[in-house]
Design a protein around this ligand. Structure first.
Ligand code: NAG
Ligand code: NAG
Ligand code: NAG
Ligand code: NAG
Ligand code: NAG
Ligand code: NAG
Length: 295
């Protein structure tokens, strides 16, 4: 059993090594697709044991101590539970995002253009089997299912949307299915899904390269987060038995232990636990494991 798993992983790793390339569609192709590809927003109502929805919002590259010292994150922690012993998996960014969807890094050790072969399953296969609606919200992704390497701010040409921070788009088993691609949307579509009460039960959020601290710092990102999430924490539909995980892909200082400051928020967090800490050991894989709470 062990050796056959190793063989499969070895095959995937060598396939990854071979398929490194970059795809940069032209702006006119992007505009044409943005005009025609329709977002898809399935909904479901599968009751969970501890929550009915789980939403993850990932930030970038901040050491635990620096995040824990931020005033806005400290305020957010009073609205939920601070996780003080949560670890990212590896460095750099992309293998962490990859593992959040597929349960493995497949030996990936870079931020290159990667495609994982169609015979590799992801969390979406589990969710679809359980009829649990899912989606991704990637800020400024130019259209649903966009597979390009990046989409820059077209005025400043600063990095905005990047493929390496988009877990599901890395998997051919997702992108080769048109319906699935249409569930990977931008924040404009999030606003619409929220207003139309068409949020999925599992969602992954990636703010853009400015807001997620990658090109800024924790002061900027946490201020953005507080502004973005505060109205959501007041929204009865959004909060309804929802568990929100605020976390980071990895820490900043590679010589440290990759501990990342994380917070649980949302209506699924009992009020008597607000402002408390949980020092249980968790990693990004723990989030996949919570799917067992939808039996
Ligand atoms: C999975 O697909 C890749 C790429 O097509 C192929 O090289 C590999 O042999 C397949 N692995 C298995 C276990 O079928
Ligand atoms: C979101 O995607 C749509 C296409 O589905 C596009 O028209 C819109 O401009 C995008 N929003 C942003 C802010 O990039
Ligand atoms: C992707 O990034 C490159 C390098 O910064 C830039 O030249 C290009 O315009 C970007 N592509 C898009 C679609 O924004
Ligand atoms: C990131 O998003 C914000 C809005 O949330 C926007 O003002 C900013 O221009 C975006 N950054 C880039 C580099 O496009
Ligand atoms: C982040 O950058 C801003 C503006 O450059 C600065 O005022 C602030 O002190 C920085 N925060 C940290 C934690 O370095
Ligand atoms: C919360 O969810 C329950 C169970 O699905 C539903 O009956 C109720 O109407 C929802 N409330 C709001 C405010 O969305």
């Amino acid at each position: 059993m062990k050796s056959s798993l190793a063989t499969v992983l070895g095959t995937i790793a060598s396939t990854l090594a071979r398929t490194v390339t970059t795809t940069e569609p032209s702006l006119s192709d992007i505009a044409a697709s943005a005009a025609t590809v329709m977002p898809y927003s399935p909904v479901s109502n599968v009751e969970g044991l501890a929550f009915d929805r789980i939403f993850q919002v990932w930030f970038e590259n901040i050491d635990y101590e620096n995040a824990a010292a931020d005033k806005n994150l400290q305020w957010l922690a009073t609205q939920g539970i601070a996780l003080t012993n949560f670890y990212a998996l590896t460095h750099p960014s992309e293998p962490n995002y990859c593992a959040a969807a597929g349960g493995d890094t497949f030996g990936m050790d870079n931020d290159d253009f990667q495609r994982i072969p169609a015979n590799v399953s992801t969390i979406v296969d589990i969710l679809d089997t359980k009829y649990i609606a899912w989606g991704e919200y990637q800020e400024h992704m130019p259209y649903p299912g966009f597979q390009g390497f990046n989409y820059s701010n077209q005025e400043t040409f600063h990095d905005d949307y990047v493929r390496k921070h988009n877990p599901l788009i890395l998997y051919d088993s997702v992108t080769e299915n048109t319906m699935r691609g249409r569930q990977i949307k931008n924040f404009t579509h999030f606003d619409a899904d929220l207003a139309n009460e068409k949020l999925p039960q599992w969602a992954f959020f990636t703010p853009n390269m400015t807001n997620d601290a990658h090109d800024t710092n924790i002061t900027f990102a946490a201020n953005w987060l507080r502004g973005w999430i505060s109205p959501l924490l007041e929204n009865e539909y959004f909060m309804n038995n929802t568990l929100i995980l605020i976390t980071f892909d990895e820490d900043k200082t590679y010589s440290k232990t990759n501990r990342i400051f994380s917070i649980l928020l949302g209506g699924a967090v009992p009020e008597n636990l607000h402002g408390t800490e949980d020092n249980t050991f968790y990693t990004h894989y723990s989030v996949i494991a919570t799917l067992g709470l939808w039996s």
